[in-house]
Write a protein of this length. Structure first.
Length: 350
């Protein structure tokens, strides 16, 4: 089976398993797990931040960030297709009591002008306290639901400059920030400069079994640790998990470009079919979204032929490339998709 459902399906290598087995551990709730502490220091340094906190999942990391930066009743500005909007099950409202002001824009981005326009500007006749306070803006890089797209650096900086001018806090959902850095050739710290907090995941492209981290200045991360505990994220001997993340950071970042090349080759190959449409401009990293009639049926047919993908809409399928998929498997997967969609056409008689 060629599993393209997600880059979260990877299995730890023998060497990673050995690093996990050999991990020196303590009780992380008391701050005395040396492997967790090492991971947090490493992540903070890579991202150019003062501190970081290790958490189980990227969703928890984002949710902690929202609660850390806001108070109930606040408004958060972000893209309408952000992971926080689409895939965190209303957690922003449930956990933090905030409203999400959603902006539209190509490839998961929006402009400084859109951000500025989202801020209430009452006339002198109306007191400002009659409007929900906007306190936080969130960006996502790479952007999952837009196809793993990377923010333009100049546009991102313009949004950050405007946020600073408007006295807004800023959070970056960088679950796949490692891919953004690999695709753009930009240093991680340059991608995170100007953000108050950054979420990064180890269990996607880097191939660790579990874990994410939230990084920021020392005071913000100290507050975040409180909400980590409130949200049920208190670890004990978490160094076993942190060891996998440390191994992934050291050994698996350089090879991310292989996944990007495989994804691009797959996208270009299936786009040759007149029955499939791919926005090749969106195929920038390791995710490929493509359009074909009867997505559920096509995904089922591909599964029967040995390629597993996700139908994410009536005519949309997602394929994700990762360290457990070789170039040959990517090519075979493309051939399978093309033959399956042709068989589907013959079966339907169209």
């Amino acid at each position: 089976m060629i599993d393209l459902r997600s880059d979260t399906v990877t299995k730890p290598s023998r060497a990673m398993r050995q690093a996990i087995a050999d991990a020196v551990v303590g009780d992380d709730v008391y701050g005395d797990d040396p492997t967790v502490n090492e991971l947090e220091r490493t992540v903070a340094a890579l991202l150019g931040k003062e501190d970081a906190v290790f958490v189980p999942t990227g969703t928890m990391s984002n949710q902690i960030a929202l609660r850390t930066h806001t108070e109930p009743g606040d408004t958060v500005v972000l893209h309408e297709e952000a992971h926080i909007v689409r895939h965190e099950l209303g957690g922003a409202a449930h956990n933090s009591g905030v409203t999400l002001a959603q902006l539209a824009g190509p490839y998961g981005s929006f402009t400084a002008d859109q951000l500025r326009a989202s801020i209430p500007n009452p006339s002198a006749a109306l007191p400002s306290h009659m409007f929900d306070p906007v306190t936080l803006v969130c960006l996502e890089n790479t952007h999952n639901d837009s196809g793993g797209t990377v923010w333009d650096l100049d546009q991102m900086q313009s949004v950050l400059d405007t946020a600073a001018e408007l006295d807004l806090r800023t959070h970056l959902d960088g679950a796949r920030l490692w891919n953004a850095a690999a695709a753009s050739g930009t240093d991680l710290a340059d991608l995170t400069a100007g953000f108050d907090t950054v979420n990064v995941c180890f269990s996607k492209g880097l191939g660790a079994p579990v874990g994410s981290a939230l990084a920021g200045d020392a005071a913000t991360i100290s507050r975040a640790r409180r909400f980590k505990q409130i949200f049920g994220g208190g670890f004990r001997q978490a160094g076993i998990l942190a060891a996998g993340a440390l191994f992934a950071l050291e050994h698996n970042r350089e090879r991310l470009t292989d996944d990007h090349l495989n994804a691009r080759a797959f996208a270009e190959s299936i786009n040759e079919s007149e029955l499939i449409t791919v926005d090749l401009d969106s195929a920038q990293t390791n995710l490929v979204y493509f359009e074909a009639d009867g997505a559920d049926e096509l995904a089922a047919e591909c599964l029967a032929r040995g390629v597993s993908m996700l139908a994410v809409g009536p005519a949309t399928i997602r394929a994700v490339f990762h360290m457990d998929v070789t170039a040959d498997e990517a090519s075979n997967a493309a051939d399978t998709v093309k033959s399956a969609v042709e068989a589907q056409r013959l079966t339907s008689g169209s």
